[in-house]
Design a protein around this ligand. Structure first.
Ligand code: BES
Ligand code: MN
Ligand code: ZN
Length: 502
């Protein structure tokens, strides 16, 4: 989808359809009102009669019968303006594009709405529209239905000379879609080695430093928690690390005292639960247990392409979690890479194990700030549902940055508390920590377990188990299926921390 900014009056745009945003309870104004007048009031009529209410995800094509350049005006709802945030705004545009594709429009115009959408919405509009072009890659054989794609999106009323913002927003949207595609990929295709290959491709594209550790190196480094999870799988684990050295001239070592942001992703390419095996129903969904890895991989691709002036590392702990003759057992005690002993109480609480060692790896390589993203707990859905990622952090200042990045990116987060009282629940009778069976506060304790391995550095954890894949058919305004949660947030965080944000 080609995207351009023009100053052409809406009624003269050479497009199939012209999209006009409407908020509930609000009348048309500005250029939309002008257009309405040119059309003899047909748009305001649809709104006044409440045939079109402006509810989020409402999309209604209106024929113009030769009274304007575009053959159709598409009214699309953004909901109540007081409910409108970056995430809902993107969702509304996602739906606009999805619907437009089903109507078969190829050239779409989009008219900037008056406040509350405002000028700052350009990024949200473009990101949402690009995300609306997402189509999961089919592996079906035989004749495929004709795919209806939008060739061009023309934005008018946003001002010109903002092309660089459009390009950046388009990259962000495409990065999100890449993460969604990876989430959706079958687990026999997207193996730990395949994830490593994707990382190598990204490194090659940008000349990034890259390191992939296999079983022998992991044993040498003492990454026993990652190895323990991997032990039931026939596929070898991979600990993947990419490094964008943006803080210094290329080739020079990172300066002492410089910030090194580590983005750490859970890369379980399939989570059967291991010996603590999951029920069969919906187990195939666990192909997406690498959504955290997808987000950080996709994000560092953009961070490197943009040459952000900040050192950023992506660390991915990639393995399957399978049962098998050599699988780890509930009751096993393992020594983590940083020397803490961990009792494995439930082999299905594998994410915190691999992330613990991944954090140690990030610290060994100089991380000063750590954000980890993980499809960690089913309890995240119980606690806050699909509409946001659940946060846990040891540092208010770092969390404030994460929150700002989330706002910039329209990629919601909500922080959970970490009262000292919870810590007692992480204790084991036999080891320093246990990995499960806390009896309550599952999402918080999953996060706090990982936090034990942050070496006292500013750290935040995002549990994206629910936000990365909305399974609730009734929750229609949150992206359905794979969402790429965390991708744009990671990019925005790196931009904020490098001082390169707009
Ligand atoms: N990958 C799962 C969490 C998950 C559940 C992600 C549903 C997406 C949808 C994770 O490894 C897991 O199994 N967590 C356990 C932890 C428990 C054993 C402490 C869970 O949530 O039940
Ligand atoms: Mn699990
Ligand atoms: Zn898992």
């Amino acid at each position: 989808m080609k995207i351009s900014l023009v100053a052409t009056p809406a009624a003269e745009l050479p497009v199939d359809a012209l999209a006009v945003a409407v908020a509930t309870g609000q009348r048309l104004s500005g250029a939309a009102l002008e257009l309405d007048k040119a059309l003899g009031g047909v748009l305001s009529d649809m709104i006044a009669s409440a045939e079109f209410r402006g509810r989020i995800h409402e999309v209604l094509p209106v024929p113009t019968h030769g009274r304007s350049g575009p053959r159709r005006v598409i009214l699309y709802g953004v909901g109540a303006s007081h409910d409108l945030d970056g995430q809902r705004l993107r969702s509304a545009h996602h739906e606009l594009i999805r619907a437009s594709r089903t109507y078969g429009y190829r050239h779409i115009g989009l008219l900037r709405a008056e406040p509350p959408l405002g000028m700052d919405s350009l990024k949200a509009v473009v990101e949402g529209c690009v995300m609306g072009t997402f189509e999961r890659r089919s592996r079906q054989t035989g004749a495929q239905p004709e795919r209806r794609e939008i060739e061009e999106l023309v934005l008018t009323g946003f001002g010109i000379g903002r092309e660089h913002e459009v390009v950046a927003a388009q990259e962000n949207g495409e990065a999100t879609n890449r993460a969604r595609e990876w989430q959706n990929a079958p687990p026999n295709e997207l193996t730990p080695e395949a994830l490593a290959q994707e990382a190598l491709r990204i490194a090659q594209r940008h000349g990034l430093e890259v390191e992939v550790l296999g079983p022998a190196e992991l044993r040498a480094g003492g990454y026993n928690l990652l190895l323990g999870v991997a032990s039931g799988s026939a596929l070898p684990p991979r600990l993947i690390r990419l490094r964008h050295r943006g803080g210094q001239q290329p080739g020079l070592p990172t300066q002492a005292g410089a910030t090194v942001l580590a983005l750490v992703g859970k890369g379980i390419t399939f989570d059967s639960g291991g010996i603590s095996i999951k029920p069969a129903e919906n187990m195939s969904r666990m192909k997406s247990d690498m959504a955290g890895a997808a987000a950080v991989l996709s994000a560092i691709d953009v961070i490197a392409a943009r040459k952000l002036p900040l050192d950023v590392m992506a660390v991915i702990a990639a393995t399957e979690n399978m049962p098998g003759p050599s699988a780890q057992r509930p009751g096993d005690v393992l020594v983590s890479a940083d020397g803490k002993t961990v009792e494995i109480v439930n082999t299905d609480a594998e994410g915190r194990l691999v992330l613990a060692d991944a954090l140690t790896h990030a610290l060994r390589n100089g991380a000063t700030h750590i954000l980890d993203l993980a499809t960690l707990t089913g309890a995240a859905k119980i606690a806050i549902g699909h509409a946001a990622s659940a946060g846990v952090s040891n540092d208010d200042r770092f969390w404030a940055l994460v929150e700002r990045a989330a706002k910039d990116a329209g990629d919601r987060v909500w922080r959970l508390p970490t009262f000292a009282d919870y810590r007692i629940l992480l204790r084991s009778q036999i080891a320093d920590l246990r990995n499960a069976e806390y009896g309550e506060a599952g999402t918080i304790l999953g996060g706090m377990f990982i936090g034990e391995f942050a070496g006292g550095k500013p750290w935040a954890h995002l549990d994206i188990a629910a936000s990365s894949w909305n399974t609730n058919a009734e929750l229609t305004t949150v992206l359905r299926g794979p969402s790429g949660a965390g991708t744009r947030l990671c990019i925005a965080l790196a931009e904020l921390m490098s001082g390169a944000e707009r």
